[in-house]
Ligand binder design. Sequence first.
Ligand code: M6R
Length: 622
Amino acid sequence: MCGIVGYVGFRPAPEFLIDGLRRLEYRGYDSAGIAVQHCDEIGIRKRAGRVEELAKLVEANPVEGSVGIGHTRWATHGETTDINSHPHVGGNGEVVIVHNGVIENYVKLREQLQTLGYVFRTTTDSEIIAHMICHYWLEQIKLGEDPESHETCLKAIQLSVARFKGTYGVVAIFRDIPDVIFAARMGSPLVIGIGKIRNEHFIASDASPFVGYTNEVVYINDHEIAVITADRMDLHHQESGKTTPSIHTLDQVSSDIDLGDFEHYMLKEIFEQPEAIENCLRGRIDEESATARFGGLNLTPRELRQIDRIIFTACGTSWHAGLVGEYLFEEFARIPTEVEYASELRYRNPPMSEDTMVFAITQSGETADTLAAMRECKRKGHKSMAICNVVGSTIAREADGGIYLHAGPEIGVASTKAFTSQVTALTLLALYFGRIRDLSYPAGKRIIKMLRAMPELIQQTLACNDHVRDVAERYFGFNNYLYMGRLYNFPVALEGALKLKEISYIHAEGYPAAEMKHGPIALVDEQTPSVFVVPHGGIYPKVMSNLEEVKARRGPVIAIACEGDHRISDLADEVIFVPDVEEFLQPLVTSIPLQLLSYHVAVLRGCNVDRPRNLAKSVTVE
Ligand code: M6R
């Protein structure tokens, strides 16, 4: 969470910073602020609310300079007020910082700094960073160090971060030391952009603010501190000292953030799904051997054959995709598979055989819990792979290998095309693992044929949009929803409920349909719609019985069913039809009307679809 941006060079910093914050706003939008250095002063502008509020403030009350830092906040400690917004000031204005992460021992450190005379203006954990750096900088000066030397500042930061427990990406400037920015990382991503035209450097939480400026980047690693001027950049490791930065060239720094003709990113991204699935499949089908192929697994088929257990670990929507993956892997590859919440796995100690393979599933590649769970598994020596969308993200870089989704940027906080792309990637993986085990050539051929048809079938599914909007108009006033599905559509029910609650703030619960009679059926009444995902398949009659149980209790029913299902219209109040596909591919079509339903309900309720309250796109805190 929280977006950080910084600049040192020759351009007017405020423009770059504010534009960069607009691109990073998906990381948090509780408040925004910038600090710009000019001569011996640092001008700070910050405000609760969106980046546009900050832009208005800066327009009315400009700051000038070509060195600066900026921040967009997802609040963890302290309310979302102007004063709690970053940047934060240390001492009497000697140091100004922005921070992403959580300093877990901040209460104790604050008390210590207060006894030293530091005055706290905010209720955040981040403010201690500014005071602590200032404190150690002044201590160094007392010891006779040159106040203006970069070395003195570096030492102050090194001493400070050694005191912090928790996570941080911190960027700092010093009032009296012009034209240099310092950055330290532990657990929260920071990437440096190397200017191409003239001497300049950029820094940000991800490379998106660098669009149009540079595609050459250096990732700061944990325990590293960067000292960045317009014409130089040095990295210092806390233990091993100065390190050589490795420069990465990004194929394309994504600039694909136009809304086009769509009113919201979420709707745009829902409609991008045929293309996203096409991109995920591209180059990964090996017709001749009736299997999938991947460039990045970094293991031989012989090594992969030895895998005797799979763990998918993820959060939120990616966890739901993992559940679909579990069913796919057990059906096609016959490998025992479990799906673990990353936030649990990181602290659990489940028995894992030597040949257990772990897949971290993540759109952003930055989710703190998923990263920590993957690291814990790697630490124990398990092969740890990533199924990830954002190229160059921390999880993608730290994994032993993996698969990129190629879904393109997902801006809306509600994950849509990443979910269907994750399911597609997992289907390809299950096919691949199956084919090096017991899945026959004809079975592989059949799966490939069906997979190839999916982009077109998803396109056809999207034609339900107008009908879904009509349904939403009739149902947007209800305050409780149940979502039911079974087998491959149980994760879809969970995902449908999550989509509805996160963007429309309606209470919704997803269940395996048969579980209903063990408790949730008590909720059924005329005011509680049930969304049944009931496409054709082996247990269609069973789900229909569950649906009838709801109708018998006067519960309104919205059904997602297959084209050609004549029986359903007599029972359900509303039916949204999707193409009839094999059961293992159903999540790719049945999830789409649920995405659209939550979208239209949220719009009708006047909610901020792309930036729902209390959420952020990238959850980089625990
Ligand atoms: O980037 P990740 O896939 O790791 O994110 C995991 C969750 O935070 C994310 O899926 C979240 O649940 C979405 N907002 C759901 O739409």
